[in-house]
Ligand binder design. Structure first.
Ligand code: C2E
Ligand code: MG
Ligand code: MG
Length: 555
C-alpha cells in the first residue's frame, strides 16, 4: 500500500460505485479498489457514522473503529480473508457506532471482482442499516414511533427545550368501515404529507400508532402551535378529495413542553398521550396542553410521574392500598371495603390516585400495576374473611386493563393463586368502559359473573352514557358518585336525582351503593330510598389494612 491512486482509476471507481448505487434508503454502498485500498462510500454513511469522507484509503480499518468491540474480531477476520484472497465475498452482521454513540445493527454483503488475470481488483457491496430501516413507517415514509422515541431521547440528553405535539384523526374506524382499508391508508398518507409540508423545517413529523402523528419542534412557541393546529383543523374539516370522494376529518391534539430533563421518554409519552386523550374525550378535539392547561403544577407532575413509573418497575415500591368500609344501609353493619391505591415516597409524600391513575392508565405498564392491586387486595381481604365470611372487597379497574386479551386469565389466575372465593370479590368499572367494544365487555362481565365475581359500575352519573352502559351490562351494584349527594340536605333536586338513579338501578336489577356519606343527616335521608349500602367519611376514611382490621374488630 501507500501508492497514490491515479486519476483514471478514480474514474473507474466512480462508475463502479454508480452501478452499485441503485439502492433503497438505509442502505450504503461501498466500492474498494483493492490494488490501492482506496474506497468510495455512500454519502449517507459518511454522515451517519462521521467517516473522514466519501473517498478513503484503508476504509476497512476506519470502519473497524466503528464496529462494536464484541463484533470486531469477526469483522476483522472477514476483511482479512477478502484481502488475502482466501474468500471472494462476505455476508456478515455487526453493530456499528453512529455519531451519537449509539449502535445500529448492520448487515454487510460484499463480493470480490477479479481482473483479467484473476487477481482481486474490486471489493464492492452494500451495508444495510437495520437501525435506520426500523425507524421508518412504511405507509407514510415518516419516522415511526421508534424514531420518535429516539429523537425525544436525544432532546432529553441534550437538555434542549422542545415542544411535542400529538395530532390524531377522529373517528377513523368509521372511515375505514365506510370506504375500506385501502382508502383509509391513503387518507393517512395524505395527512402525513400535509403535516410534513406544513411543518417544513420548523420541526420533525412522525407517524405513531394508527392514526396518530407527532411533531417535535424546538423553534415553535405555544401560541404559534395553537394557531397552526387551528389551521389544520379548518383545513381537514373543510374536506379534501381523494379519487372522487370528499372526506371531512376532525382532529384531536395534545401538546407538551419538554423542559425537564430528569425524565424518560415513556413518561413524556404518557403525559402527551394523556393530554391527547383529554382532547378527544372531553374537549371535542381542542388542543389540550399538558403543561398549563390541566390543573396542578405540571412541572412537578411530570417528574412525579417519572418516579411513580419507576416504582412500578422496582417491584411496586411505595405503592400500598387503603381500605374504606362499605356498610349495610339499614343495619350499618360492615359488609365490605373498597381497596384504594396510594403511592408514597420521601420527596413527594403521599400521592392520591387522582394524580397518577388517569395518566398512567394508558401506559403499557398499567396492567401490571392493576394485577398487583388485585393480588394485594385479595391477600388482605383473606384476613378479614376469617371473622367475616360474607365480606366483599371492591377493587377498581381501568378500562385499559379490560382491554388486555389476558384480562380474564389474570383475574381467575390471581383468584386461584391466592385461593380467594370469587363471590367475595367485586370489581368496579367506570363508565369510561364505553370506549371499549361492547361485545368484548359483555363477554368479560358474563364470564366473571359466571364464576361468581361481582361487578359494580362506579361513579354512576358522572359520564355521558351511564344509562347506556347500565342497559347493556348486568351489574350487581351501581355506585352513585358523591358529587350527587354533596348538598343532599338542602337541595331537593339532589333528592329527586337519587330517586331517579335508584329507579334505574331497580329496573335493571342492580343494587345501589351511595358514596360520600359524610353526615348523620345524609344517612337519614338516604335510608328512605332504595339504597342498599353506604360508603363515606361518616363511617370512616380509607385506612391501611392493620387499622382497618382494628376498626372492624371494634364494630
Ligand atoms: P372511587 O373508586 O370512586 O373511590 C372513591 C373515592 O372517594 C376515594 O378517593 C375515597 O377516598 C373518596 N371518598 C369516599 N368517601 C368520601 C367522603 O365521604 N368524602 C370525600 N370527600 N371523599 C370520599 P381516592 O382514594 O382518592 O380515589 C380516587 C379514585 O381513584 C377512585 O375513585 C378510583 O376511581 C381511583 N382509584 C383508586 N384506587 C384505584 C385502583 O387501584 N385502580 C384504579 N384503576 N383506580 C383506582
Ligand atoms: Mg371505586
Ligand atoms: Mg366512585
Amino acid at each position: 500500500m501507500g501508492e497514490t491512486i491515479p486519476e483514471n482509476r478514480i474514474k473507474k471507481l466512480d462508475s463502479m460505485f454508480d452501478a452499485f448505487s441503485i439502492v433503497a434508503e438505509g442502505t450504503y454502498v461501498y466500492v474498494c479498489d483493492m490494488r490501492y485500498d482506496y474506497s468510495k462510500w455512500s454519502r449517507n454513511a459518511v454522515y451517519a457514522f462521521d467517516l473522514p469522507g466519501e473517498y478513503m484509503y484503508n476504509a476497512g480499518g476506519i470502519w473497524e473503529e466503528h464496529i462494536h468491540p464484541e463484533d470486531r474480531e469477526t469483522y476483522h477476520d472477514g476483511i482479512d480473508a477478502i484481502f488475502s484472497g482466501a474468500e471472494n465475498g462476505h455476508d456478515m452482521q455487526y453493530r456499528a457506532r453512529k455519531v451519537n454513540g449509539e449502535y445500529d445493527v448492520c448487515t454487510c454483503r460484499g463480493v470480490v471482482l477479479l481482473d483479467d488475470d484473476s487477481n482481486p481488483e474490486y471489493f464492492a457491496g452494500v451495508i444495510r442499516n437495520h437501525g435506520i430501516q426500523g425507524h421508518i413507517d412504511a405507509l407514510t415514509g415518516l419516522r415511526n414511533q421508534y424514531g420518535f422515541f429516539e429523537d425525544l431521547d436525544t432532546h432529553i440528553n441534550r437538555n434542549s427545550v422542545a415542544r411535542i405535539v400529538m395530532v390524531g384523526i377522529s373517528k377513523f374506524t368509521e372511515i375505514n368501515e365506510v370506504y375500506g382499508y385501502d382508502f383509509g391508508n391513503r387518507i393517512i398518507q395524505k395527512v402525513g404529507r400535509y403535516l410534513l409540508e406544513q411543518v417544513g423545517n420548523r420541526g420533525s413529523v412522525y407517524r405513531l400508532d394508527g392514526t396518530k402523528f407527532a411533531v417535535i419542534t424546538a423553534t415553535q412557541e405555544v401560541p404559534e402551535i395553537l394557531e397552526k393546529y387551528k389551521e389544520f383543523r379548518t383545513h381537514f374539516r373543510s374536506g379534501f378529495s381523494i379519487d372522487d370522494k370528499v372526506v371531512i376529518l376532525d382532529l384531536n391534539g395534545g401538546l407538551l413542553t419538554m423542559d425537564n430533563f430528569s425524565v424518560d421518554v415513556q413518561t413524556v409519552y404518557a403525559c402527551l398521550n394523556f393530554a391527547y386523550g383529554e382532547s378527544k374525550i372531553r374537549r371535542q378535539g381542542d388542543m389540550v396542553e399538558f403543561y398549563n392547561d390541566l390543573t396542578e403544577d405540571n412541572r412537578h407532575r411530570i417528574e412525579k410521574l417519572h418516579a411513580i413509573r419507576a416504582s412500578v418497575m422496582q417491584d411496586y415500591e411505595g405503592f400500598f392500598l387503603m381500605y374504606q368500609p362499605v356498610v349495610d344501609a339499614q343495619t350499618e353493619k360492615l359488609i365490605g371495603a373498597e381497596a384504594l391505591i396510594r403511592w408514597k415516597n420521601e420527596t413527594y409524600g403521599m400521592v392520591p390516585p387522582d394524580h397518577f391513575i388517569p395518566i398512567l392508565e394508558r401506559d403499557a405498564l398499567f396492567p401490571d400495576l392493576g394485577k398487583w392491586v388485585l393480588r394485594r387486595a385479595l391477600m388482605d381481604a383473606k384476613r378479614i374473611l376469617k371473622s367475616n365470611p360474607n365480606f366483599v372487597v371492591n377493587v377498581n379497574l381501568s378500562y385499559s386493563q379490560l382491554e388486555k386479551v389476558d384480562f380474564l386469565d389474570m383475574v381467575f389466575g390471581t383468584l386461584e393463586e391466592t385461593d380467594y372465593p370469587p363471590r367475595n370479590l367485586c370489581l368496579e368499572v367506570t363508565e369510561r368502559c364505553r370506549l371499549l367494544d361492547m361485545t368484548l365487555l359483555k363477554n368479560i362481565v358474563v364470564n366473571l359473573r359466571g364464576k361468581g365475581v361481582r361487578i359494580a359500575l362506579d361513579d354512576f352519573g358522572t359520564g355521558f352514557s351511564s344509562m347506556g352502559i347500565v342497559k347493556n351490562l348486568p351489574f350487581d351494584t351501581i355506585k352513585i358518585d358523591r358529587s350527587f349527594v354533596l348538598k343532599l340536605e338542602e337541595d331537593d333536586k339532589e333528592k329527586e336525582l337519587i330517586g331517579h338513579f335508584t329507579g334505574v338501578a331497580n329496573t335493571f336489577g342492580a343494587k345501589v351503593c351511595v358514596e360520600g356519606i359524610e353526615t348523620t343527616g345524609m344517612r337519614d335521608i338516604l335510608q328512605n330510598y332504595n339504597v342498599q349500602s353506604f360508603q363515606g367519611y361518616y363511617y370512616s376514611k380509607p385506612m391501611v389494612i392493620e387499622d382497618f382490621l382494628a376498626w372492624a374488630d371494634k364494630r
